[in-house]
Write a protein that binds this ligand. Structure first.
Ligand SMILES: *Cc1c(COP(=O)(O)O)cnc(C)c1O
Length: 396
């Protein structure tokens, strides 16, 4: 088999599931406005409501608890921005004096929103994580006070794949009478999530991380939870998110959710095995690798690792020449060479953060692709270490 391209960046985005693609093609001409009362409108409405049921089923919610949005980022922004609701003159001041507790390893769409809110005189506190990227529970206990109005902790980290004990964190939060939100964009569709047993008030999802289309996400809002929309306007989504619905995208998200429910359990087993295989093959082929992920407490297909002595960006570019697509730390969005803040917050050295690579496998990743990738990694790392006159443990 000759490998021409190997996509190992599924945490950045995923290709459309073939069934999603088929369905989206079929409904492409359904242009009715779902709010219209006539035939075309009703047809579009029906498609959206079916998708809502499919997304609800993936997390065991009821359909009216699902609100479609333009992205996972929008879902996250919507929840955090509720803290400024009274300041925006909203008719339903829901949360009083804003005080937010979040973590240092959240996705930028949480951290940047938190920064923005802090600028509007809200208090924001950040919980630390340990060396495995897991919430430091002592720190959490200390920072969760009666004044905390909202806690937002991600379920699974996009960079290192660490999965938090959201059950315990949410229970502690609710005991304090505080509203709880989780960014579950990297968790839903990869590991089981059930909102009937998990006491979350809000939960964010995104279609393009689960083989659905880009530009569509959803927010789970528990029945009875206080809510204030971010986008004001028409009565779409029961007044919770204005703007004419993205019918095609929503249909795609619904189908993607349905396929996840069918495929994710077997896939998780397969990807965990493949990851074990990848780790042991890399370990035999290359000296001095540092694995950042913690098997057992991570999402199935994600492996974060670093190669002391070389820059992650250099590895990425050389692998790209061989058709292999991976990613480095958090630098992706900015295009900057800043070290990964996620890896730095696990207490790793600056060098480790600079040399980090994220491999994220998906539903079509094969053993052959992994074999080819290991070979390319070995060649690349050897070449780059020669260039930097690397000697084990020392960088000159
Ligand atoms: C991708 C991602 C988001 C953002 O979702 P978009 O739909 O791309 O806006 C939020 N949180 C996490 C953890 C993500 O991985």
């Amino acid at each position: 088999m000759s490998v021409t391209s190997v996509y190992l960046d599924h945490n950045a985005t995923t290709p459309l599931h073939p069934e999603v693609k088929t369905l989206m093609k079929e409904v492409m001409d359904e242009y009715g406005n779902p709010s219209s009362m006539h035939q075309y409108g009703r047809q579009a409405r029906q498609l959206i409501e079916e998708a809502r049921s499919q997304v609800a089923a993936l997390i065991n919610a009821t359909p009216d608890e699902i609100v479609f949005m333009g992205s996972g980022s929008e879902a996250n922004n919507t929840v955090l921005s509720m803290l400024t609701c009274p300041l925006r003159g909203c008719s339903t001041p829901v949360l009083g004096k804003p005080r937010l507790l979040t973590s240092v390893i959240e996705h930028p769409c949480i951290l940047e929103t938190a920064k923005c809110i802090a600028g509007q005189s809200a208090d924001v506190e950040y919980v630390r994580v340990d060396s495995r990227g897991l919430i430091d529970m002592d720190d959490f206990r200390k920072k969760l006070t009666r004044d905390t109005l909202l806690v937002s902790i991600m379920m699974a980290n996009n960079e290192i794949g660490s999965v938090q004990d959201i059950q315990t964190i949410a229970e502690m939060t609710k005991k304090q009478g505080t509203i709880f939100h989780t960014d579950a964009v990297q968790a839903v569709g990869k590991i089981p999530v059930d909102v009937t047993t998990l006491p979350v008030d809000f939960l964010s999802m995104s279609a393009h991380k689960i083989y659905g289309p880009k530009g569509v996400g959803a927010l789970y809002i528990r029945k009875g939870a206080p809510f204030c929309p971010l986008i004001h306007g028409g009565h779409q989504e029961q007044g919770r998110r204005a703007g004419t619905e993205n019918t095609l995208g929503i249909v795609g998200m619904g189908k993607a959710a349905e396929m996840r429910l069918r495929e994710m359990d077997d896939e998780a087993v397969r990807l965990r095995d493949l990851k074990k295989y990848l780790m042991s093959a890399l370990t035999s082929a290359i000296e001095d690798i540092h694995f950042i992920s913690d098997p057992g407490r991570d999402i199935p297909g994600t492996l974060s690792l670093s190669f002391p002595g070389i820059e992650g960006e250099a590895i990425l570019l050389y692998l790209d020449l061989e058709g292999i697509m991976v990613s480095t730390g958090s630098a992706c969005a900015s295009g900057s060479l800043d070290p990964s803040y996620v890896i730095l917050s696990t207490g790793q050295s600056l060098e480790c953060a600079h040399g980090s690579i994220r491999i994220s496998m998906g539903r079509t990743t094969s053993k052959e692709e992994i074999d080819y990738t290991v070979g390319a990694f070995a060649r690349t790392v050897e070449r780059l270490r020669k260039m930097t006159t690397y000697t084990r443990g020392v960088r000159s």
